[in-house]
Design a protein around this ligand. Sequence first.
Ligand code: C5P
Length: 237
Amino acid sequence: MEKRAELYRGKAKTVYTTDDPNLLILQFRNDTSAFDGERIDQLARKGMVNNKFNHFIMNKLEAAGIPTQVEALLSDEESLVKKLDMIPVECVVRNRAAGSLVRRLGVEEGKVFDKPTFEFFLKNDALHDPMVNEYHIEAFGWATAEQIAGMKQLTFKVNEVLKALFDDAGLVLVDFKLEFGLDADGNIVLGDEFSPDGCRLWDKETNEKMDKDRFRQGLGGVVEAYEAVANRLGVPL
Ligand code: C5P
């Protein structure tokens, strides 16, 4: 597989074309950003940890019947993935209150929900990723009603699979964000990444934060926490 041109440089990953038009290379960088890119830092080993973490989780999801874009781990910081036509919304599921939900609704951080909540956000840094609903998504043509239903169904399924996986590792999956795209046949496929950059994980016993909130809140030990999570799950680093 030959790496060709840089297609897109995001805040933490770079996407490259390959000699196969249906395959791309994702490079996970050490860059870590928060507050819509207002704060950016370099965290040694983060690219490698997130790449391997993502590969491990995506394989678990595939095994549970969730279609993902992941094809192969290529190197410490690179993965081969299927090219998708990305849907520009983020799907967020929450099992407990944290982050923007706490700020928006004034609920206590850590409140356990009877059933998970679901929110869509538009991917748009300039607008600070505003929350949107299904009517907006259809009206603006970002996805069809059927695709919206598919994204919701898959996101809830991911929640069930990963809640159990993290629970076995002594961790609470508080919330997470997923992004989907369409493959060449128009099927909805899980894209982007699943890593501690895009979810909240708390230690079951101590409630210690072991995710990107350590960076957002200046708690330190960011990559060390990601590595501890990976070790507990048995991710080979
Ligand atoms: O900030 P908020 O509480 O809405 O985030 C919910 C979840 O989605 C968190 O796990 C956060 O890490 C993730 N997220 C993300 N990328 C964004 C916004 C949120 O990965 N742009």
